[in-house]
Design a protein around this ligand. Structure first.
Ligand code: BES
Ligand code: MN
Ligand code: ZN
Length: 495
């Protein structure tokens, strides 16, 4: 799919013209309005008989209208508010409707959108996100859904600087989200730690990001006992990926992103049941998504210094694999006993958080598909975040408000940390208490964040994939890119 924004021109032709219908609610009454005057006149009856209601995500196609050089007219419901998530979903609905037609060109009358330039951005994001599909491993492409040929022109009487900026930023953001989604969707054999690191190296070309990659020997030398210990059970080499972007003065403290890059989690010796295990290829989505956020920040040229740190390994079970009861030592010197080898995410994150602390950041946030308990608590609706820093919690709420991603603040108190104390080592990697599995995991991570560093942990176990039932710009199955947009918004607050 190609997409551009341009000034509307008389006589411009396209296979389809997309216009928006919105709703105004007053008490019990709802009125529907198609903002494009001429088309509204043509379709007035359809509003009267309620075949067009303007309800968010509704799409109604009128074939062969042959209106001013346009064959078909597609009316897309924009709902009753200019809330960016509503517009984003309207964009996705429009893209899907267009992709289902055998057409190649479409004009979208963005002047009909409620809201200002930011609505153009949200619409663009929705369209690009919805155009993502993961079919590169099929020998025959699903041509019914083929959208490669589709060229979309967003047209506006204005097409002014504000709209252009919103459009360009939306393109960058949505394309990096799609980049992260592809990393997530790749199967474990084709997205090993080595391939993940190489993908990061490849992707930063043309940006100001510097990437450094540590191999198994270097990881050992750097005292990353958590990452090294998990990687022991795998024949694949682990990687520690360090991405660095300097968008501000060197004296400005960095923002540090950490992402769990577990390319396949079979559980290790404490092996997982077979059913659904294939989904554990998504256990690197935290890593993939911070790589995406980093790329977006560099392409948006934000005036902030940022690091992204991705500990990456498989959690497998060969003859050298960690056994329950084994003790390893993390980079910051704390020892842990591994009472369940399936609680491996926290182990590889421990070293990354220790390393991140050494960078003396003004903010450190991590994203990880960390616990099944998170899925139980919040399903695939909200990403749970954990922080003891109330000021930071406020910033996160604001960032999520701006990005349209749903987050929910979860508890983290001393009792959770108490439950993670070890019998033979400083810490145990599983809780001695019952329940609160996501909070006790967060409390474990906290042990590796130096005092005074504003830090939050995002458990994306429920939201990293298979959220298409509620987000129409995500596939039914498949990665979502959760928190890429929110992390970019968060970074903007540190410019
Ligand atoms: N990657 C999993 C968490 C997970 C499970 C994410 C299901 C998404 C869906 C993680 O490494 C894990 O296995 N966690 C264990 C921890 C337990 C052993 C304390 C879990 O949640 O069962
Ligand atoms: Mn696990
Ligand atoms: Zn895992």
């Amino acid at each position: 799919m190609k997409i551009e924004l341009k000034k509307s021109q008389n006589g411009a032709s396209a296979d389809v013209m997309v216009v928006f219908a919105s709703q105004t609610k007053k008490g019990k009454d709802t009125t529907t309005k198609i903002s494009h005057t001429e088309i509204s006149k043509m379709l007035g009856g359809s509003v009267a008989d309620k075949s067009i209601t303007g309800k968010a995500k509704e799409t109604v196609l009128f074939r062969e209208m042959n209106y001013a050089g346009v064959r078909h007219v597609l009316v897309v419901g924009a709902g009753s508010s200019s809330d960016s998530e509503t517009i984003r979903q309207a964009g996705a609905a429009a893209q899907k409707a267009l992709a289902g037609l055998k057409i190649t060109t479409a004009m979208v009358d963005v002047d009909g959108l409620p809201g200002g330039a930011s609505s153009v951005g949200a619409l663009t994001e929705g369209m690009i996100l919805a155009s993502y599909k993961f079919d590169e491993l099929k020998s025959k492409k699903d041509d019914k859904k083929e959208t490669k040929e589709l060229a979309i022109s967003l047209v506006s009487k204005k097409a002014d600087a504000a709209q252009k900026k919103a459009f360009e930023q939306a393109v960058i953001l949505a394309e990096t989200v799609n980049f992260s989604r592809r990393l997530g969707d790749m199967p474990g054999n084709l997205m090993t730690p080595t391939i993940l690191a190489n993908s990061a190296v490849e992707a930063v070309k043309g940006t100001k990001i510097k990437v450094t990659v540590w191999d198994r020997a270097r990881i050992k030398k750097e005292n990353m006992g958590g990452l090294y210990g998990v990687a022991q059970g795998s024949d694949q080499e682990p990687r520690f990926i360090i991405m660095e972007y300097k968008g501000a003065a060197a004296s400005k403290k960095p923002v540090v992103f950490v992402g769990k890059g577990l390319t396949f989690d079979c559980g290790g010796v404490s092996i997982k049941p077979g059913a659904g295990m294939e989904e554990m290829k998504y256990d690197m989505c935290g890593g993939a998504n911070v790589i995406g956020a980093m790329l977006a920040i560099a392409k948006l040229k934000l005036k902030v210094n940022v690091y992204a740190l991705i500990p990456s390994t498989e959690n497998m079970v060969n003859g050298s694999a960690t056994k329950p009861g084994d003790v390893h030592v993390a980079r910051n010197g704390k020892s842990f006993e591994i009472n369940n080898t399936d609680a491996e995410g926290r182990l590889i994150l421990s070293d990354a958080l220790s390393y991140g602390s050494e960078l003396k950041p003004q903010l450190m946030v991590d994203a990880a598909t960390l616990t099944g308990a998170m899925v139980v608590a919040l399903g695939n609706i909200h990403t749970g975040f954990f922080t003891r820093d109330q000021k930071l919690a406020g910033k996160i709420e604001r960032a999520a408000q701006a990005s349209g991603e749903l987050v929910w603040g979860m508890p983290l108190v001393d009792h959770h940390a108490e439950d993670m104390k070890g019998t033979y080592a400083d810490l145990s990697n599983i809780s001695s208490g019952k329940g609160a599995g996501s909070a006790t995991a967060a409390a474990f991570l906290e042990q590796f964040v130096d005092e005074g560093i504003p830090w939050a942990h995002f458990d994306i176990a429920g939201t990293a994939w298979s959220v298409g039932n509620r987000l129409n710009y995500c596939s039914a199955k498949g990665a979502s890119g959760a928190m890429v947009r929110t992390f970019v918004e968060l970074a903007k607050q540190y410019e």
